[in-house]
Each structure stands twice: as C-alpha cells, then as structure tokens.
Unconditional design. Structure first.
Length: 102
C-alpha cells in the first residue's frame, strides 16, 4: 500500500481516470502493475473500494494516471503525497473489509 502514497501530479478534470480504470490497474499483477504481484490478490470489491477512495480524493489527475499506467518511479508532488496520506486509513479499511470506504 505504501506505493500508492507516492502517486502524484496535476491535470484537468477531463483527464481524470475513472474508478473502473483505477480498479483494473490495482488488480493487474506482475511487472506492469503498481502493486506488483500483490495486485492480483485483491478482490474485485477491495480494488473497487480503493479505486473509489483514490478517485474521490484530492490526488491529482496526473497522479491517478501514473497509477493506471503503472509508473512505479513517478515522483509525487507534496500535495499528492499529502492527499494520499489523508486517505490511507480508508484504503487499509478497503483491504481489511473489502466493502466500505466510510
């Protein structure tokens, strides 16, 4: 999960990846995945929950796109790092329960 805290950027609202795109990127396993092999172990509900948290967060469009594109070495802006930190407990809850973001 700590990798998600490094996802950064900026962009316009029309460039923001969808919840479905983020969820699929989270579930993708292997080299091209931001989570590596751990991504393939997420259930659909867990990935959808985390994706909703991320898309609804203040993480920039560019930061979310870096996650979708599997850019592991993308350098987060301070704003994105802060936004990711602020939703980290919700992401952990998604993994723990697989259901709720509240």
């Amino acid at each position: 999960m700590s990798v998600l805290l490094l996802v950064p950027g900026c962009g316009s609202s029309s460039d923001r990846p969808s919840q479905d795109e983020v969820s699929k990127a989270l579930q993708k396993g292997g080299e091209g995945s931001i989570l590596g092999s751990a991504g393939s172990k997420l259930s659909d509900k867990q990935a959808d929950c985390i994706a909703k948290v991320l898309v609804d967060s203040k993480i920039s469009d560019k930061g979310l796109q870096a996650l979708v594109d599997g850019k592991k070495n993308y350098k987060a802006s301070k704003q994105d790092a802060s936004a990711a930190t602020s939703v980290s407990s919700k992401m952990v809850k998604c993994v723990s329960t697989g259901l709720s973001t509240q």
